[in-house]
Design a protein around this ligand. Structure first.
Ligand SMILES: [Zn+2]
Length: 282
């Protein structure tokens, strides 16, 4: 296993870094510097899973947060990825080595996880703020998990994560998925949409809540991104844990997600940037 040659720690941190939130008895979200990971399973249960793998250099912190919730030497059954951006796979090699567990991702994401294909360059010129401007330093080369990563089952189920299905939500990346539990409407959205203006350093520092499209500097396909938000809105989720920002629940979520799905061109799509064509605004 290897990280990309441009792999490095990124000096950005939010007000909620290091904080965990129990959203439901079996749904725990933990903020690693500027990105959320999610632990699915009841406290002290021995069958639980991890969704996404945090920032570069945060493996010890993720293991500590996991042991804090599930007990000493606890180990997830598997790691599920929403996508392979550096801030979602930043510590995955160390975690796989430590826990010896399989990693799952959507088939279209596998080239970025097996060393075959780089993500498009981040766009530091995109409309937004300081994080967008910093984004030229963000790693975009593929990591190589080799045989440790495998495709999600094609029938929509999620092994070891009972009750959840995966939903293909491309746009931010080609193989981006969100995880949804029909029974109670719980959604782990990844970066299909987020609840903080991720391009703005101020918003990221304060974690001011605001429904937003996927992080702009890393989103090359705005048309698919809009379709994906419509797809998630149609599921009528009751709560959402997003890759960035605080969880959104109940009416606050349904109202905001409807507004985003209806008005994505104005709210989410940047006014300018190298991956934006005029036609995407309408
Ligand atoms: Zn991302």
């Amino acid at each position: 296993m290897t990280y990309g040659t441009d792999y490095k720690p990124i000096p950005a941190i939010s007000a909620t870094s290091g904080q965990g939130l129990e959203i439901l008895p079996d749904l725990y979200s933990y903020n690693v510097r500027i990105v959320n990971i999610c632990l699915v399973g009841h406290r002290y249960a021995d069958n639980f899973v991890l969704v996404d793998a945090g920032m570069p250099g945060s493996a010890d912190e993720i293991i500590a947060a996991t042991e804090e919730r599930f007990g000493a030497n606890s180990c997830p059954k598997a790691i599920f990825l929403t996508h392979g951006h550096f801030d979602h796979v930043g510590s995955i090699m160390e975690l796989v080595k430590h826990w010896k567990v399989p990693v799952y991702a959507y088939p279209l994401e596998l080239p970025f996880l097996t060393g075959k294909q780089s993500y498009p360059d981040p766009d530091p010129t995109v409309e937004g703020g300081m994080i967008a401007k910093m984004s030229s330093f963000f790693p975009n080369e593929p990591i190589n998990l080799g045989k440790h990563v495998q495709p999600l089952p094609s029938n929509g189920t999620v092994p070891e994560m009972e009750g959840f299905c995966w939903v293909h939500t491309p746009g931010h990346t080609p193989g981006h998925v969100s995880y949804f539990r029909d029974e109670d409407g719980a959604l782990i959205a990844g970066d299909a949409f987020v609840t903080v203006k991720q391009e703005s350093l101020y918003a990221v520092l304060t974690q001011e809540k605001e429904i937003s499209g996927p992080p702009r500097y890393f989103t090359p396909d705005w048309k698919s991104a809009w379709e994906s938000v419509k797809k998630l809105e149609a599921l009528k989720p009751s709560l959402a844990i997003t890759g960035h920002g605080l969880p959104m629940i109940g009416e606050e979520l349904s109202k905001n997600l409807k507004t985003l799905a209806d008005d994505f061109g104005r709210i989410a799509v940047p006014d300018y940037g190298k991956y934006v064509g005029q036609h995407h605004k309408h």
